[in-house]
Ligand binder design. Structure first.
Ligand code: NA7
Length: 560
């Protein structure tokens, strides 16, 4: 039986991707759009990750929307790298400024998404028991939005409070999503660690940020570290008003430069090779970039540290040397110094006083590589050799990244094929945004796109622009279905895998490779070929009439 859909487009999520999608589809294209958001407010990642110290590690002048000149001129960031509260304020401002909330249904999680062959639309089920249909679905469900299930038993037995960095208790928000003062004890006041015995498991980017802050409050902090990370200074501070005024005056130019940089940030170019310069010159470059902070240590030093092990070793040695300088106890410094993976084979972490925290009397580092965690107990945890006690447990154990959020939505494509089955051996996408067998579904910053290797707001804008341009193209040509060809998809997967193999990423176990989750296929989840190259490929695909896609009318139209 033929039905007409409830909406033109369903958008999933109200983070950076969902908000821009709603604006673009509704206000620029005049389409009927509705969005579902599991949280009670906008913000996506920045709604859920409210742990102490949560902060962006790309400078905010760049880590922000570029689609509206007025927006980028009127908003003022307080610090070079905004903290989570400021980014959440920004996204609330965007939602208000563009009047986006009226098209977003909050507190509503997508639980199923089934392609209706007969009607050529998606049936989207939500946890309020309703089904909504739309010709197209744009998923802005996020890359890091499903926290990893602990892979040790007993968390439920713990008698104290347990907090997960990726799902941190919220401060009170009003119905518009704005943060308000504390109302009674709802939902929870910001967590106060003062004087408490705290255990933190995990020393990735989240753990490193949280540990630095919790160490300032806790009576005793025990950090359970399995693998140390190459953390370098973030270089945060107040914004220099003169520089800021200059940047704002040439924002368009800045964005152009950003989009032509692999990171999506107009960082200074690196020198070609770390091993072709003298030791003095190498040190001079590393000293300068380490002090300047952020991704400069990685991307503005030497171009070959990402591909050549010998060059990479020089950066790794330099960072290990800094850890030895900053940590007083040599044994602790040794434990904090990574040796099992090349620098930047995992996502580099950025810090502000992390290593100095381990010089405090109240902070203890426990190596759970040599003595793994066996279980959490009622009063703490047991490793294979020791017992530890604490009042509060913080899990900074990461995410089922990239594919996790998509697999969690119960997506079923043509012929009843489940996304979980199609991706049983790892994700298969065309351009990291579409999937053969799953028509009219766009995965914003999906697996095998540059996504997290790039500056996320720009990566998101590029993808939303691609998806919405495709929808506009179909509408203009009386077409209604866009689907990636199987061959084009296979070629893209092969290309993405080849690019990954040329990089150092496969040399580490990380969420980039899916190897942080037991049983998850070990596949590179990001496109390593670089955002500018990727964008050029997407532009070519569009210029050649959506090369690699099949475009067709809706089934019922075809049957007329
Ligand atoms: P990450 O980077 O995946 O870090 C997770 C941390 O948790 C990491 O140190 C893990 O050690 C540790 N972990 C996970 N499971 C265990 C067990 N069973 N025992 C001990 N330690 C464990 O997640 P983040 O949230 O910090 O960062 C994710 C991204 O968010 C980040 O890259 C930025 O892009 C923003 P391991 O390294 O696996 O030995």
């Amino acid at each position: 039986m033929s039905h007409s859909q409830t909406h033109d487009v369903i958008v999933i999520g109200a983070g950076f991707a969902g908000l821009y999608s709603v604006h673009k589809l509704r206000d620029q294209m005049g389409l009927d759009v509705t969005a579902f958001e599991a949280a009670s407010g906008v913000g996506g990642t920045w709604f859920w990750n409210r742990y102490p110290g949560a902060r962006c590690d790309i400078e905010s002048i760049h880590y922000s929307y570029s689609f509206s000149e007025e927006l980028q001129q009127e908003w003022n960031w307080p610090e070079r790298y905004a903290g989570q509260p400021e980014i959440l304020d920004y996204l609330n401002h965007v939602a208000d400024r563009f009047d986006l909330r009226r098209n977003i249904q909050f507190n509503t999680r997508v639980t199923s998404m089934v392609w209706d062959e007969e009607n050529s639309f998606w049936r989207v089920g939500t946890d309020d028991g309703k089904t909504t249909t739309a010709r197209y679905v744009i998923s802005g469900a996020g890359n890091l939005s499903v926290p990893k299930e602990p892979d040790f038993p007993g968390v439920k037995d713990f008698q104290g409070d347990v907090y997960v960095t990726g799902n941190w208790p919220q401060e009170p928000v009003d119905f518009t999503g704005k943060r308000v003062g504390v109302i009674g004890n709802w939902p929870q006041e910001p967590v106060d660690f003062t004087g408490k015995r705290v255990g933190v498991i995990g020393t990735g980017s989240s753990g490193i940020q949280a540990i630095t802050e919790i160490a300032k409050q806790a009576g005793h902090l025990t950090v359970f570290q399995r693998t140390p990370n190459f953390a370098t200074p973030i270089g945060n501070g107040p914004i220099d008003p003169e520089l800021y005024a200059d940047q704002k005056a040439r924002y368009a130019e800045l964005r152009k430069e950003a989009r032509n940089h692999v990171q999506g940030v107009p960082l200074e170019a690196p020198l070609p090779s770390a091993i072709e310069v003298s030791a003095e010159k190498r040190k001079e470059v590393y000293d300068k970039r380490y002090a300047q902070g952020g991704f400069r240590m990685f991307l503005s030093t030497f171009a070959d540290i990402y591909h050549s092990k010998a060059s990479n070793d020089t950066a790794a040695d330099y960072i290990r040397g800094k850890i030895q300088e900053r940590v007083v106890d040599p044994a602790v410094a040794e434990l904090l110094s990574p040796t099992d993976h090349p620098y930047a084979a995992k996502r580099p972490a950025f810090e502000n006083g992390y290593f100095e925290a381990f010089n405090q009397d109240n902070v203890e580092l426990v190596d759970v590589k040599s003595n793994p965690i066996e279980r959490v107990t009622a009063t703490g945890l047991n490793t294979t050799t020791d017992e530890y006690e604490f009042d509060v447990l913080v899990l900074a154990t990461g995410f089922d990244a990239m594919t996790g959020p998509l697999m969690a939505m119960g997506i079923v494509g043509r012929n009843g094929e489940r996304l979980q089955d199609k991706w049983a051996d790892g994700p298969e996408t065309y351009l990291g945004i579409t999937v053969n067998g799953f028509p009219n579904l766009f995965l914003i910053t999906g697996p095998q796109s540059p996504s997290v290797l790039y500056n996320m707001p720009l990566a998101i804008e590029d993808h939303v622009d691609f998806a919405t341009a495709a929808i506009a193209h179909l509408n203009e040509h009386d077409l209604a279905i866009i689907e990636a060809d199987a061959e084009a998809e296979k070629a893209w997967v092969d290309h993405a895998n080849e690019k990954a193999a040329e990089s150092l990423l496969p040399e580490a176990n990380s969420w980039f490779m899916g190897s942080n989750i037991p049983g998850k296929p070990r596949r590179c989840l990001v496109y390593v070929g670089g955002a500018p190259t990727y964008r050029a490929i997407c532009d070519e695909v569009v210029a050649e009439g959506y090369r690699g896609f099949e475009l067709s009318p809706a089934v019922e139209l075809a049957q007329l």
